[in-house]
Design a protein around this ligand. Structure first.
Ligand SMILES: [Zn+2]
Length: 169
């Protein structure tokens, strides 16, 4: 049901829904509130068209909440009504089983992404260990290096250090 709710909220704007059920919307997005004895519009449709709020009733919500309040329906009944009235085809036995398959598919993809991230993190850690090893090795042998190689080793160390620091960030 969460999928159905989210999908309805995604595809339907408050404006469409209010108009569908015969509400007149003024230029600033207000309508006369059907939930109390309203004379001048006190119910605001949000500019993003996804929600509403009545300043007299102190209630608001999504398109589904709107239909549920106006027609005195439960949330799921309101969602089904919107689905039917707008012919969205989001709710019937066939599509719910498709939706279930789809969300199963999405879960699988998420799982795979997690595994990929895990793999990347593991590889990065291995690279980091290799760099640190190299750094330790250089430090160990540094004192025993001939003078003319010390400058070279220092540059190498600096480079390793830089790589390690940039990896740890
Ligand atoms: Zn109201």
């Amino acid at each position: 049901m969460i999928d159905l709710f989210n999908e309805i909220k995604r595809v339907l704007t408050m404006r469409e829904v209010a108009q569908k059920y015969g509400f007149e919307i003024d230029r600033k997005g207000w309508i006369v509130c059907p939930l109390h004895n309203d004379h001048k519009p006190s119910l605001k449709l949000y500019p993003n068209d996804r929600g509403w709020y009545c300043f007299a009733c102190g209630i608001g919500g999504s398109v589904i909440d709107f239909v549920s309040h106006v027609f005195k329906l439960s949330a799921i009944e309101a969602a089904k009504k919107l689905n039917d009235d707008f012919s969205l085809g989001l709710y019937n036995e066939h599509s719910t089983s498709l939706q279930r398959q789809w969300s199963g598919h999405e879960r699988l993809m998420q799982q795979r992404n997690l595994e990929k991230q895990e793999q990347k993190r593991f590889e990065a850690e291995m690279r980091l260990f290799a760099l640190i090893d190299e750094e330790n090795y250089l430090k160990e042998i540094y004192s025993s290096l001939p003078e003319h190689e010390k400058g070279y080793a220092l540059g190498w160390l600096e480079d390793l250090n830089y790589q390690i620091l940039s990896m740890e960030v």
